[in-house]
Design a binder for this molecule. Structure first.
Ligand code: OGA
Ligand code: NI
Length: 361
């Protein structure tokens, strides 16, 4: 990727999307302390915790989702060594030769694995990724045809090297999976719903975890590690290392704000499905990744996605005469399959997005 004499034009962003040399650093992206819930399995029913501190936490989560769609959490209960171990195996994996990494490469059939040619909005990203499913195998829709309800499975591909790669990834999945469901409980409570309101959607979840590796880039002023986008699932929990590069578009003025790495913290962001479920009470935030010429960077997002057969639409509890639905229902699995396929080809049209289902006011 890095040894091209001339900078490869497929990575070059249009002028208006290139990063500014001195971006503003995170001021005001909420930092939330989860200690009131971090040692408990269940948000609602624990006797030791003071209900007032939970109530306060629920308020903080609600206002962060409403105003930013982005926040960081500390004291979240995921042990630090879980995170250090997955970062260590990820670094070892990406440090191998391209030939080694391509032994587990992803293609149109094998959806999980290694990939270094992803495009966001038709410009190539300056990154390499390794994807795996939270459920293995993951039950998915077999085709994009709305009348075809046959199913398929995505199975994980695991490299032989480094040793313990698979088990380290699976342990991380379990711990962050618990955290993400606790966050969903807090979010449900913040919307005035029962804590477990969302659980039914995740029985056959199609969630994935991605290891993102951003090599140093010779022309960081022209390219992006990931172009601007919104995550299309429900919620994302991201671990980033100390290098920094993630930026969020601030709602109030459209400015790109850097999310300052906070040791041990996870970054949480609202995805498009949450935006539809909440009928836009909580909106997904646009974000991107800038790269630099000296340091490699690693990040690990857990993308929480519902079962493929989930019909995504505004929750009935949040709809009434004053709040009519802003979206028509769509089937998540069909959407997901279209998105995954389009990652392999450079499309000349804009990709499928939730705006396609928005009801005009
Ligand atoms: C993503 C993403 C952010 C990061 O993979 O969808 O937004 O910091 N990554 O790597
Ligand atoms: Ni993202």
């Amino acid at each position: 990727m890095g040894d091209l004499g001339e900078f490869d034009s497929s990575f070059i962003q249009a002028l208006e999307h290139r990063p500014k040399p001195n971006a503003t650093e995170a001021q005001g992206i909420p930092l939330i302390d989860l200690s009131p819930i971090s040692c408990h399995e269940d948000v609602e029913t624990n006797s030791e915790t003071d209900p007032a501190s939970i109530e306060e936490l629920v308020k903080q989560v609600g206002s962060a989702c409403k105003n930013w769609g982005f926040f960081q959490v500390i004291n979240h209960g995921v042990p630090l060594d879980r995170r250090q171990r997955i970062e260590a195996v990820a670094r070892e994996f990406f440090a191998q030769s391209l030939e080694e990494k391509r032994r587990v490469k992803r293609d149109e059939v094998k959806i999980m694995g290694y990939y270094d040619r992803e495009h966001t909005k038709n410009v190539r990203d300056w990154k390499e990724v390794f994807d795996f499913g939270v459920e293995d195998p993951t039950l998915v829709a077999a085709s994009t045809d709305p009348d075809d309800d046959s199913v398929a499975y995505w199975t994980n591909q695991w490299p032989e090297y480094p040793p313990k790669f698979r088990e380290t990834c699976e342990e991380y999945t379990r711990d962050v999976g618990k955290l993400i469901m606790k966050l969903m409980e807090l979010i449900a409570l913040s919307l005035g719903l029962k804590a477990k309101r969302f659980h039914e959607y995740f029985k056959d979840q199609t969630s994935t975890i991605r290891l993102n590796y951003y090599p140093p880039c010779p022309s960081p002023e022209l390219a992006l590690g990931v172009g601007r986008h919104r995550d299309n699932g429900v919620l994302t929990v991201l671990a980033q290392d100390e290098v920094g590069g993630l930026q969020v578009k601030r709602r109030t003025d459209g400015e790109w704000i850097g999310v300052k790495p906070t040791p041990g913290a996870f970054i949480i962001n609202v995805g498009d499905i949450m935006q539809v479920w909440t009928n836009e009470a909580y909106r997904s935030a646009e974000h991107r990744v800038v790269v630099n010429s000296v340091k490699e960077r690693l990040s690990i997002p857990f993308f929480l996605n519902p079962a493929h057969y989930t019909e995504v639409k505004p929750l009935e509890e949040l709809i009434d005469e004053e709040h009519p639905p802003k979206y028509r229902p769509y089937v998540w699995g069909k959407f997901q399959v279209i998105r995954k396929r389009s990652n392999f080809i450079k499309l000349n049209v804009d990709n499928i997005q939730i705006d396609d289902f928005r009801i005009a006011p």
